[in-house]
Design a protein around this ligand. Sequence first.
Ligand code: NDP
Length: 337
Amino acid sequence: NKKVVLRSYADGLPKVSDFEFVEACRQAVPEGSTAVVVKNLYLSCDPYLRNLMSKKEEPFDVPEFNIGEVISGFGVSRIVESGHPDFKEGDFVWGITGWEEYSIINKPDGLIKIKNTDLPLSYYTGILGMPGLTAYVGFHEICSPNKGDYVFVSAASGAVGQLVGQFAKLLGCYVVGSCGSDEKVELLRSKFGFDDAFNYKKERDLRAALKRRFPEGIDIYFENVGGALLDAVLLNMRRHGRIAVCGMVSQYNLERHEGVHNLALVNIKRLHMKGFVVFDHYQLYPQFLESTIPSIKEGKIAYVEDVVEGLENAPAALVGLFEGRNVGKQVVVVARD
Ligand code: NDP
């Protein structure tokens, strides 16, 4: 059983050398236990994993990795052995698993059984899994959106961003996204139907870049990035605007987070700025699936994933998120069935 473990805590940008490959024996379900053993098929590279690769002052929802411990994160797996009454051999599930070929899951209650297997199973690492629910909850529940709102999304071509933009378009909003390459700008405009998009790396003056695209200001900002972009957005928000703080990926590799200079505008512009974490909203998962699956099948929502083959390439794929190398949702294929 090949596995990826943490070799050293990350300092600044994570590196491939922070990880190590080891071989271990595959475990079996102990007699009388309710554990399951899964074969891992698709692993998800998510920015939050960086937060678990170093010790933090502020505890996160999920405990940090220890040196030598297998990396754990979201994935899609097939049950190969079960001691749990709710799971049987052959069931497909998504949830927290290990970066290894086979994992023993001691508390399988957190796994979600995949009922709709007529869409690609890898979708359950993205559009039909945790990032999809994040986009849905973040936009519909946190942003209080209305038809015609001016919406700005950062990291807009990624797993969460591409869906937020499309949910906003389906509601009849005007949507602009930012991203880090011209290829991604093209994707936002042509594939995901954003009204406009720009490459933040090419804009010297982010305030002006936003002003050109939102002459009347922004009603909703879906925040994925933080830092200088947030500062520029605050200057462009309309009165009573909403900011859903989903994440701040530009800050995850910094020892000390950057200061935000224009925060006083939250008061002056009567903004509603709210952080959220998807783990608090899993009760909306059935409702989310019910509305999203038909939209995918009818071609109303497009989805782009960046698929890397092989467990050995998982560390590089994760590191790539912080350099913007992924085009769409970053998935790693460990096995296809
Ligand atoms: P993405 O698929 O968007 O991948 C990360 C992207 O972030 C990269 O492709 C890159 O795109 C961009 N990026 C990386 N470094 C920087 C930087 N320094 N400045 C600006 N952009 C950068 O990831 P996800 O869609 O999975 O996640 C998006 C956000 O949502 C993250 O902040 C994540 O932490 C958050 N999140 C929050 C959840 C919650 O429950 N609140 C749940 C899931 C995700 P580009 O080329 O555009 O620079």
